[in-house]
Design a protein around this ligand. Sequence first.
Ligand code: TLP
Length: 341
Amino acid sequence: MRYIDLRSDTVTMPTEEMRKAMAEAEVGDDVYQDDPTVNRLEKLAAEKVGKEAALFVPSGTFGNQLCVMTHTNRGDEIILGEDCHITLHEVGAAAVIAGVQLRTLPSKNGMLDPKQVEKAIRCEEDIHYPHTGLICVENAHGLGTVIPLDNLKEIKDIGERHNIPVHLDGARIFNAALALGVDAKDIAKYCDSIMFCLSKGLGAPVGSMVAGTREFIEKARKNRKLMGGGMRQAGILAAAGIIALEKMTERLIEDHRNAAYLADQLSRIPGVHVKDDRLDINMVFFEMDDEVIPEQKLVEHFRKNGIKISGIEEGEWRFVTNLNVSKEDIDYVIEKFKECL
Ligand code: TLP
């Protein structure tokens, strides 16, 4: 049975072209750095975000944690938003892998206040203080927003003044670039390292990229091995990643349009309150008055009718449009929503 899957853009299926490229990929052993397809992907990825070098990693979480570990020393403190992915959805990995503590700051729809970032930095020699090892930002943000370039620039300038690197969780950097009307490079230039995902709206089945200076990537390559991420004949996966980067980035605008359409349709349903200040990318967040439909009822009604959604998180529903969701699918979702009322 075909499902309309609104749980995330991580659920996207590889295209026929990707499957063919994967089947035919020329491979080698990437731990020895002689997988030609991985090498091509890494070169292309670095170019796309304007960095010297890039590294193929198994997932976005892996890539973020690899960057945290590569930038910091055990016992460091890292500054980041209280609502970013590294804080909320990476299983506390930074404490386990890099051995750092998170100094979380409040955000305004994902945007950090540069003044608060600067105030939180602790690099002077007080015996009680941990050393601030890294600042992390996220764009596009998982709250459905994009962060303006001037905010990123201010934070990068602060990092430079205090000699602290900035890492960008750019899982959806190409969504952010489209929403801001800029090139991905224009965003990535405000960070020392970036992680971005091939396996979300771009449709590749597996994999993310980490990019930065050549020196950083060499260090990260060794740490990737330490973390068990040396992937041998990974060219099979990289082949899909190349298509993701060459052919799928511009297509994301369709997901944004579909999300705007879905948001508009949902907001017409009485008792549904769409978060319309967080509609920059392919995500629609909304609250629903208690008496409208109980959570489980909607999830089950949808499931019976071939639609997958996640339940409420922190009081909000999240529907995500993606490669495998069309405008007609959205009309069907709205029809089934109304039927459930
Ligand atoms: N996000 C997933 C869930 O983990 C919440 C989703 O469905 O949105 N950074 C950001 C901003 C992300 O949204 C995600 C995935 C990641 C990193 C991690 O990527 P993966 O899932 O490849 O580890």
